[in-house]
Design a binder for this molecule. Structure first.
Ligand code: SAJ
Length: 426
């Protein structure tokens, strides 16, 4: 089959590469730089195995679509912060760009995350306006991407896949296409259900992380260890709590709940969870203020601006929010991230970042941060304080260690009784 993949980002490019093993694939992107990188077989971003698949593939990239049997739309759906709804501009642009090339018998597959009802209320009317009857002249499926950054290619192959449709023929064409590389189960359902499932998965994660974050704050109030408590609770056969942290970032979990509820009549729990997670950078800032109280023009060192560990992606990173809040409070800030190469603020080397610092704050759980020699690095510090929001450092050295969810810090005094696991204190 000839497959045209529109959007060569974090999802579109890996998807195009996987389709290219058994199909003739044209990758399309509005960014000429991405197009030329892909044609030169250079990965535009870091992702395990991407280089390997790109080198092995005979994909070609272009700035505009051509006729094909299948059009796969993998463009971003940004969050309209003011209206708190999905901005479908890129999806509509992608539809307009393929419109002149769509022919009878083609299938259009949407992978982008969209609010419930997008297929039935936007895409079907669009195709009908072009003169096509969906399910008769052309076919339509919603196949949401659900792979996790850092393991995208592996998960795209091995995860089960949802195929949302409105007719049987669309289901059978989409199943045949994805069956070319998906080793997980291919599950067919109604298009709107598939749209909801994708959003429900990320909302589930957001709500459970909010619960973990609330538990961390409760642990701070009582001087208990939330990390130990969660590990113990997770021994229960029906409990599976995630970890607390400095907030929820990335392009998905922090915005998909809004897509799910944007047209819903009542959803207080989902809104409350969003609020809890959004407040976490502020909560971390309060801890920093407590630790550095009394220090003139305090300097902090932020370790990690990627939105999560072992990726170079800084989209909606909680660290970025913390940095902005800390700047407003007059903190001097240095930043180190071993994976991120471009960020809205200056990045320092590791040594520079520790120079004259008054408090180091770990905001991302990169593996490298677990291996650092903090005793040695802290020799460069003015005050030896470490605030760990990701449970990366297990015990203090020549510095005061304060961890999120292990006792509160008020008026400059760290509660160090909470630094060891309860079991070692008995
Ligand atoms: N986080 C925590 N505690 C945890 C786990 C994560 O605070 O225990 C934070 C992370 O640090 C990060 C944020 O949550 O800031 C999101 O990270 P994530 O690893 O949970 O998810 P994403 O955004 O990288 O990818 C998610 C995945 N969805 C689910 O796991 C349900 C992925 O499968 C989706 O494909 C992706 O969203 C997407 O594109 O929608």
């Amino acid at each position: 089959m000839k497959v045209c993949v529109v959007g060569l980002g974090y999802i579109g490019l890996p998807t195009a590469l996987l389709f290219s093993a058994t199909n003739d694939v044209l990758g399309v992107d509005i960014d000429p730089h991405v197009v030329s990188l892909v044609n030169d077989k250079t990965a535009p971003f870091n992702e395990p195995e991407l280089d390997f698949f790109l080198t092995a593939s005979d994909i070609t990239a272009s700035g505009s679509p051509q006729c094909a049997d299948a059009f796969i739309i993998c463009v971003p759906t940004p969050f309209d912060k003011e209206l708190k709804i999905a901005d479908l501009t890129f999806v509509k642009q992608a539809l307009n760009s393929i419109a002149p090339h769509v022919r009878k018998g083609n299938i259009i597959i949407l992978e982008s995350t969209v609010p419930p009802g997008t297929c039935t209320e936007i895409i079907v009317p669009f195709l009908e306006e072009l003169g096509f009857h969906v399910g008769g002249d052309v076919y339509l499926a919603y196949c949401p991407e659900r792979a996790i950054p850092g393991s995208t290619l592996h998960e795209m192959v091995h995860n089960d896949r949802i195929i949302g449709v409105m007719d049987n023929k669309s289901a059978s064409i989409a199943t045949q296409l994805y069956g070319g590389f998906v080793k997980g189960e291919l599950m067919t359902t109604w298009a709107t259900t598939a749209e909801c499932v994708k959003l429900m998965e990320n909302t589930y994660r957001d709500v459970t992380i909010a619960l973990a974050n609330e538990f961390a704050r409760i642990a701070d109030d009582f001087g208990t260890d939330v990390w130990e408590a969660i590990a113990l609770a997770n021994h229960h056969p029906r409990v599976d709590l995630p970890n607390p942290g400095p907030g929820v970032g990335g392009h998905c979990i922090a915005i998909d709940p809004y897509f799910l509820i944007q047209n819903a009549t009542r959803s207080p729990l989902i809104k409350a969870a969003r609020e809890v997670n959004d407040q976490m950078p502020l909560y971390v800032l309060e801890k920093l203020k407590g630790i550095t109280q009394g220090i003139q023009k305090p300097k902090i060192t932020v370790l990690g601006v990627a939105y999560k560990g072992n990726v170079d992606d800084t989209r909606a990173s909680p660290a970025a929010r913390l940095i902005k809040l800390a700047e407003k409070e007059g903190f001097d800030i240095s930043i180190y991230d071993p994976l991120v190469t471009s960020f809205e603020r200056k990045l320092s080397s590791l040594g520079e970042a520790f120079e004259n610092t008054d408090c180091v704050v770990i905001t991302t759980d990169h593996d490298e941060f677990k291996r650092l020699d903090y005793d040695r690095l802290m020799r460069r510090a003015r005050h030896k304080n470490l605030l760990d929001t990701r449970n990366v450092v297990s015990k203090a050295g020549n510095y005061q260690l304060v961890s999120l969810g292990r006792g509160n810090v008020e008026e400059g005094a760290a509660v160090d009784t909470a630094l060891q696991p309860v079991s070692s204190r008995l």
